[in-house]
Design a protein around this ligand. Structure first.
Ligand code: ATP
Length: 485
């Protein structure tokens, strides 16, 4: 497992190379809110595009939508978020610090594990899971006390009782204050899909099983927002709801569980950095749920959730809106009769774009050292981002700023821009420019030198193995396109 120090280096690197900045930094930032810089926004877009393509373009029966962030407040009553979207939390009376109960206990279990007390850690987590499943708050508090768990700030065990804390942000809609209605910033994108289920089904003439995909912002007032972009108050989700015939949902659940892990591997995440974690405590809407976890620098944590959501959401919306949420299935059952009207069951895949971004950045960040031929040491920081995700695919570097080399380089850049993101740089020594491109994660650099003027060849340098070869100017575009296919 990578260590926390390395994580601090990754955070600093993200800032230094235009990937991620703290939000409104000149005012000392805003807790758990971040801005994506010039390179970050491009990496994020490339990840989102891969997901969108795999979910829509490459499927026969999944279409996309883009629903508004604001929704009718009854949406959140129907979905259960008004009543249930809360985490048990506990306050330390001395430090006034608030903790999520599961985080507090998990933190203690991690400590036990580091001390080699693995069995105790496992037993503690098992006990916590079973008490959380029963919402037994007095027993959970007793568990915290009997394990001597103290606040990291005050060092005391002077704990409040455990209470539920709703994570939805509220705001007002309407221009006249007295008439204003409380509405919520959506805590998940899924409900925008549920309320549009029949619009899409009818206008798209969709036949079950079919899916609706969406990417967009979600907002949660997280009690403990920490670990950089892992847990943010404003973040982006990529969700797909797959509508199926009742009784087939667990087969589809198994299908998407396998597909989604394969997809993460297909974008370059090593299989040994991914694992499944089946839920013990199921959410109020689910009859099966699993997390795909990634090994972040701070351990294995949830990257994506796959949930069999039953017909809970559509049924709830039908109940509250009084609008039918049924589908007519004219396929025939084993008795030769049409399946007829029913509320479909739903299997959901839900991945956090920011968490996926963090996974890509943490697996790509490498500090490398090696011995040169003359025996001295050399080093670099390189982001080994898979080429198809990298913000820039190619950097074009004239060796010197004269003798007509910048002109050739700029002509090449203009040709390349049509096909992929290309970076142009003529400042500093060529070695320094290579290092900068390594740090940004640009997979290829082309250098235009004096020989280019004679035979129209350039050197192309591979970021990962630092080898260089000479190729004809005409071959550059093809070579890069092959690499990012
Ligand atoms: P966690 O247990 O970590 O709070 P969750 O189980 O509440 O996550 P879901 O409701 O299943 O998360 O949301 C689906 C996905 O959205 C998660 O797998 C995660 O990638 C992402 N996500 C959820 N909350 C946040 C957040 N606060 N910041 C960034 N991404 C998030």
């Amino acid at each position: 497992m990578a260590n926390e120090n390395n994580f601090q280096d990754i955070i600093a690197h993200c800032k230094e190379y235009g990937y991620i900045f703290p939000s409104s930094e000149i005012y000392d930032g805003l807790s758990a809110v971040y801005d994506y810089g010039q390179n970050g926004v491009q990496l994020k877009k490339n990840i989102r595009d891969q997901w969108w393509k795999s979910m829509t373009q490459l499927q026969d029966n999944i279409v996309g939508i883009d629903a508004a962030i604001f929704m009718h407040p009854l949406t959140w009553k129907a979905s259960g978020h008004v009543d249930n979207f809360s985490d048990p939390m506990i306050d330390n009376k001395d430090s006034q610090k608030r903790y999520r109960v599961d985080h507090l206990i998990e933190g203690h279990a991690e400590k036990l594990e580091q001390e080699g007390r693995k069995e105790e850690a496992r037993a503690l987590l098992a006990k916590m899971d079973s008490l959380l499943a029963k919402d037994d708050f007095p027993a959970l508090k007793e568990l915290i006390l009997s394990n001597g768990i103290v606040c990291a700030v005050s060092g005391t065990a002077n704990w409040s009782d455990i209470r539920q804390f709703n994570l939805m942000f509220q705001t007002q809609i309407g221009s006249v204050s007295g008439e204003a209605d409380t509405i919520y910033l959506r805590p998940e994108t899924a409900q925008g899909i549920f309320v549009n289920f029949l619009n899409v089904q009818k206008t798209g003439r969709m036949k079950i099983p079919f899916g609706i995909a969406q990417t967009g912002k979600a907002f949660r007032n997280e009690i403990v927002a920490r670990q950089f972009i892992f847990r943010m108050r404003e973040f982006e989700q990529m969700e797909m709801q797959f509508f199926v015939r009742p009784g087939t949902e667990l087969d589809w659940y198994a299908h998407w569980k396998a597909e989604r892990k394969k997809w993460h591997e297909s974008i370059g995440i090593p299989a040994d950095k991914l694992r499944y974690h089946d839920h013990v405590k199921l959410a109020h809407y689910a009859n099966a749920a699993v997390d795909i976890e990634y090994e972040f620098p701070f351990g294995f944590k949830e990257l994506e959730g796959i949930h069999s959501r039953t017909d809970y959401d559509l049924k709830q919306h039908q109940g509250l809106s009084k609008k039918k949420m049924q589908y007519y299935d004219n396929d025939l059952d084993e008795n030769g009769k049409p399946y007829g009207n029913y509320i479909p069951y739903v299997v959901e895949t839900s991945v956090g774009l920011d968490r996926l971004f963090l996974a890509v950045v943490s697996m790509s960040y490498k500090e490398e050292k090696w011995q040169k031929e003359d025996g001295t040491e050399d080093s670099r920081v390189v982001m080994r981002i898979p080429p198809k995700l990298a913000p820039y695919k190619l950097a074009i570097l004239p060796l010197v700023k004269k003798d007509g080399l910048p002109e050739i380089a700029r002509d090449l850049m203009h040709e390349c821009k049509e096909f992929f993101h290309t970076f142009y740089e003529e400042k500093d020594s060529i070695g320094k420019r290579y290092r900068r491109m390594d740090a940004i994660g640009t997979p290829y650099c082309v250098t235009v030198d004096h020989q280019t003027k004679e035979d129209h060849t350039v050197t192309i340098r591979d970021r990962d193995n630092m080898t260089q070869e000479r190729i004809h100017l005409n071959e550059v575009i093809q070579k890069i396109r092959e690499a990012i296919k």
